[in-house]
Design a protein around this ligand. Structure first.
Ligand SMILES: [Zn+2]
Length: 181
């Protein structure tokens, strides 16, 4: 029996996949620190961890036009509503569907939040609502930094210029049209 608590690699910090548990700690402990330094230095390009053999990479994801458009649809839909289901948000998008990674991306900036999932048979509840920050961003009252930096499912920070909702939409979409103005 396993304890159920995930074990993190002592070199790359990523949770071990069950298949590598047998190969745990193949490195002598005096090499661990050195290996950690090497792995951390290679994260921007991506590197294979010498301890657990997993690919370790730091990811940079910009707030793209599809996600910005999805967020506008959510904000318009949630005016007067508590939560909106993803399928209804997508119905509110005109033209070609894009921004299907919106629910992955937008929480990195704390622009949306998921309704807690009380159905253990489903991975997520599928319901979302904008945060106050998300509403302010859509209405042009605040800016956010363009790119989020993530490693091992943890947000390490942001980089790039401060952008408005219109910057995020770029040339692909017309902000006024999307807002119904
Ligand atoms: Zn590792």
């Amino acid at each position: 029996m396993t304890s159920g608590k995930p074990l993190n690699c002592r070199v790359c910090d990523v949770v071990y996949p069950p298949s590598t548990l047998k190969a745990l700690m193949a490195l002598p402990s005096d090499s661990l620190l050195e290996a950690r330094v090497d792995v951390k230095a290679g994260l921007d390009e991506g590197t294979t961890c010498p301890c657990c053999d997993q690919f370790a990479k730091r990811y940079r994801r910009p707030l793209n036009s599809g996600a910005a458009r999805w967020l506008i649809s959510l904000v318009l839909l949630c005016e007067g509503h508590e939560w909106a289901h993803t399928s209804d948000v997508i119905k509110g998008l005109t033209g070609a569907l894009s921004g299907t990674d919106a629910t992955t991306l937008l929480p990195h900036w704390d622009l949306i939040e998921a309704k807690p999932n009380d159905d253990s048979k489903k991975r997520t509840s599928g319901f979302w609502r904008p945060t106050d920050k998300g509403v302010d961003f859509v209405h042009g009252r605040i800016t956010v930094q363009k790119t989020v930096i993530r490693y091992n499912n943890v947000r390490e920070g942001f980089e790039g210029d401060e952008i408005t909702i219109q910057d995020a939409l770029g040339d692909k979409f017309n902000y006024g049209e999307l807002m119904g103005r």
